[in-house]
Design a protein around this ligand. Structure first.
Ligand code: NAP
Length: 525
């Protein structure tokens, strides 16, 4: 039998009971390791995190906590090759895709270490200047952000076992909040190994970082007042968590990152052969194929002027035809597997639904997999669809296929394009490809309210931009409505979730003293 991974809870390594759940290599369908959280005393483990981890972290200044993050980044960097190996086995991804997860994680921690260092030897944050409340100014109000005194339970998705952990843990630990991570079962191995390496390096105070691998049973029940819940996954699970009795009863603050029908918009100025046209085609193909399309930010809908819809579809299809799919151990392979058999089945069903209301422009050859086959491995080949009547089509705006699929959607004029983008009912990101400065500005502001991020690519930045789907720690990640309504990252803005904003009203000297010892974080970029 394959080894059972341990959980780190209550300041010690513990095995769950029973045989556990097996994790598989999605390319070869071989069993790798097993996980189990059965029988763990979650209530006492969570209490340990709050009492020991939380207290010890809060005793440190932001600068000191930033120092811990820097050491975590160093430790993870020193084990990077092992993480690539685990990812190859358990996620079935090519090296470039693993980099998005593993190197993206280390980069994000490094950024928070740098920003945290600038907060200095302080333990709370000032939010704006003092305000006079009464006549004469002797009685004032000041706003402060103080560390939450609970833990954050991070329930993560399967597609980013490394980055998904650290993009949450970095701002949480910097804020003085202990972290309990529950990785998605299918790819929990990499998360567990990273936590194990950080624990072994003895960087963090006892109780500051815990990992529970296996079933989610009992996790929500162990939450208490002042705990936080940070969720990434499907909208259906988010709905269950929001309605959970413990969340409602204790008023647990919850951040949700869920699924999203992201779009790319080709400007009306961008004719076939233009630089903006080429940039949109390149980015769409990249988004469809990086991590086999298993990115919450991936382009799902390609909104294009109706007169160019055919040309866009042909150009994307021609590029997709060059993508080799198969075992990522073969260096000629550009796109690897999906994360699991369950995902392959879900993608197959999603493709069927999308195909009901759209034309198939391109479908990769399932018989051309390199060193792999559809029977053994959890594969999906790229699929490009097109609709003719963008308003009448429904699946394209509603069904998120978490795999290498996108649909070309024609629009009549800019107002129509923005309305179609909004049919996603709130998305993580929309990107705009144009060489028209007026359209770029109009699109940015029209799309902003329905998106967490608007990514504008003009020919001048076509080679410099950071990518439609790449989540940079400097920029906000999250989106309204269907995307979950959450906010993560965005530099030091991320600390807001892990702090309580309070008004302190009192004598002028008290307010000046408190604000004087605070970090004025909004001034720090
Ligand atoms: P999921 O089924 O909702 O699972 C997400 C996490 O929730 C997993 O850790 C899962 O554990 C756990 N979970 C499932 N049921 C639960 C329950 N009743 N109580 C507590 N936890 C529970 O989502 P998924 O299919 O793995 O992930 C894919 C989805 O995530 C896609 O729709 C994608 O768009 C979205 N996503 C969004 C973002 C973002 O940042 N917005 C990022 C990545 C992915 P188990 O694995 O053990 O079931």
């Amino acid at each position: 039998m394959t080894p059972l991974l341990e959980n780190h809870l209550g300041g010690r390594w513990q095995s769950g009971s029973g045989a556990g759940t097996a994790l598989f290599d999605p390319v070869r369908d071989t069993e790798l390791v097993r996980i189990s959280a059965a029988g763990l005393d979650l209530a006492s483990g969570f209490a340990h995190a709050r009492q020991h981890g939380g207290q010890a972290l809060r005793a440190l200044t932001y600068e000191e906590r930033a120092g811990l993050l820097a050491r975590i980044a160093e430790t993870l960097q020193s084990h990077r090759d092992e993480y690539y190996d685990i990812s190859l086995q358990n996620s079935g991804t090519v090296r470039n895709d693993t980099a998005v997860d593993v190197d993206g994680a280390i980069y994000t921690i490094g950024q928070y270490a740098r920003w945290g260092g600038k907060l200095g030897a302080t333990r709370w944050l000032a939010d704006g200047p003092a305000a006079r409340l009464g006549k004469g100014g002797e009685f004032q109000s000041g706003h402060v952000l103080t560390s939450q005194q609970g833990l954050v339970l991070c329930i993560n998705a399967f597609n980013f076992p490394a980055w998904g952990l650290w993009e949450k843990a970095a701002p949480a630990l910097l804020s003085g909040v202990p972290v309990v991570v529950k990785p998605a079962s299918a790819t929990a191995w990499l998360t567990q190994r990273m936590v194990a390496d950080v624990i072994a390096a003895d960087i963090l105070p006892d109780g500051a970082l815990s990992v529970v691998c296996g079933s989610s049973e009992g996790l929500l029940e162990a939450l208490q007042p002042f705990d936080l819940l940070s969720f990434t996954g499907s909208a259906d699970t988010a709905r269950l968590l929001r309605m959970h009795d413990a969340v409602l009863r204790h008023g647990v603050r919850m951040n949700a990152e869920t699924d999203s029908l992201n779009s790319a918009v080709l400007g009306p100025d961008a004719t076939p052969g233009s630089d903006a046209f080429a940039a949109l085609v390149r980015e769409t193909v990249r988004e469809m194929t990086v991590k086999s399309g298993q990115k919450c930010t991936a382009i799902r809908r390609v909104l294009v002027p109706q007169e160019h819809a055919g040309a866009v579809a042909d150009a994307i299809a021609a590029s997709l035809a060059k993508i080799t799919v198969g075992d990522p151990r073969n260096e000629s392979v550009r796109m690897g597997a999906l994360a699991s058999r369950a995902q392959a089945n879900a993608v197959r069903e999603g493709l069927r639904q999308l195909g009901e209301g759209a034309r198939t422009v391109y479908a990769g050859d399932e018989n051309a997999l390199v060193d792999a086959d559809m029977q053994t491995g959890a594969f999906a080949v790229p699929h490009l669809f097109a609709v003719d009547d963008a308003d009448a089509a429904s699946h394209v705006h509603e069904t998120e296929v978490f795999g290498p699929a996108a649909t070309v959607v024609p629009y009549r004029d800019p107002a129509h394009a923005f309305a179609l983008a909004r049919r996603g009912a709130g998305s993580l990101v929309s990107s705009v490809f144009t060489d028209d400065a007026d359209f770029a500005e109009q699109a940015s502001l029209e799309l902003a309210h329905a998106h967490g991020r608007v990514h504008v690519v003009t020919p001048a930045v076509a080679k410099l931009h950071t990518g439609h789907g790449n989540v940079m720690p400097m920029s906000l990640h999250g989106g309204p409505g269907r995307a979950g309504g959450g906010e993560e990252l965005g530099g030091l803005r991320a600390l807001g979730f892990y702090h309580q904003r309070s008004a302190i009203q009192g004598p002028q000297a008290l307010i000046e003293s408190i604000l004087g010892k605070a970090a004025h974080w909004q001034d720090i970029a």
